[in-house]
Write a protein of this length. Structure first.
Length: 177
């Protein structure tokens, strides 16, 4: 893994977390307990803070970044990811907030200031526009995203199931190293 200090900031990675050897993590980044970062993921906390909660997974090729403090974004914008969040392969998350127990589909793009409530699924290849707020308990899909329908009980349960599976996979992968 490439762990980079940026200015005075060194990433903080919980000892129980797994970060793949090909992942890149820099700056003001915090990765919580039992979370995992998979091959070729890029997490750049260089110009603002990135916080990844517990039992969350950032899958292969995902790109996570933030917005700097400037005249058009006073204070900048961090990237906050809650607990038990599954971020699919090649997703792009930029300076947004994601609640707990969410699934961000493969190739989805979430832009600055978007707020994703707990217990939400964003379908693959969807785009969440800047500043969009997504209600809890729904499937969102499209470019731009639209509320499609309420999550089924099985879909809601699958959010925690997915997080648990990635914790097990990360532990098994760490044991192989």
């Amino acid at each position: 893994m490439t762990i980079k200090i940026f200015g005075p900031y060194t990433p903080s990675i919980h000892p129980s977390a797994y970060v793949d050897t090909t992942a890149y993590v820099s700056g003001q980044t915090t990765i919580g307990a039992d979370s995992s970062v998979w091959p070729m993921a890029v997490i750049r906390g260089d110009v603002n803070m990135i916080s990844i909660g517990e039992r969350s997974n950032i899958q292969d090729g995902a790109v996570l970044h933030v917005t700097h403090d400037g005249p058009y974004t006073p204070g900048g914008r961090p990237l906050i990811i809650g607990d038990e969040v599954t971020v699919g392969h090649k997703a792009v998350l930029h300076a947004c907030t994601i609640g707990n127990r969410c699934l961000i589909g493969m190739n989805a793009t979430l832009l600055d200031g978007a707020v994703i409530a707990d217990n939400t699924i964003i379908a693959a290849a969807s785009v969440v526009p800047p500043g969009k707020k997504l209600d809890s308990g729904f499937l969102w899909m499209g470019s731009p995203v639209k509320k499609i329908r309420a999550l089924t009980p099985e879909e809601s349960a699958s959010l925690t199931y997915s997080a648990n599976q990635y914790v097990k996979l990360a532990q098994a992968t760490k044991a192989q190293v």
